[in-house]
Design a protein around this ligand. Sequence first.
Ligand SMILES: [Zn+2]
Length: 176
Amino acid sequence: MKLKTHYVFSTGLISLLLSLLFSLNFYYNLFIAFYSSFLGNTLIDRIGHKEMLTRRGYIPVRTPLTHTLPRSIGWGLVVILPLLYLIYETHYGYSYYYDDGYYYSFLPVIISGILVGPSHMLLDVFTENGIYIKKNGKWRRYALAHFKYDNIGINGLAIFLGFLMLLASYYFSYHY
Ligand SMILES: [Zn+2]
């Protein structure tokens, strides 16, 4: 899928799950979700796609470096490290003294790091290049549907779902 589609879909999915799991402020949820969605998806597509020269000119192809379920989780965890460090430096220690301990804790950030990769794979599995799974020691491409990565309908649908999940997250989370 297109990168901007990934941004919206992952941000929506992650902030919805965070709002269901933790009683956090909506904008704090949104910040964590957008942070890991933006960096995680960019990293997965930038280093996971390479240009290949074919008869039709250069086309983007996927490599198994990022487009597998376990590796995508790994890359998601890599991008949250700076944010975890920042939280550690600025708020660690305080969380014990306030009853909104979860607010500044690492758990929501770690969960969002775990989710961003699978949310990327979930969309790409519907495109013609699919994702990679290992079968008998070999990387195989796997797809549930074969839409072109920039198909307007399927990208539009994923963006729409992302917005719906954001709305739901707003509805389920705290506002103070
Ligand atoms: Zn991709």
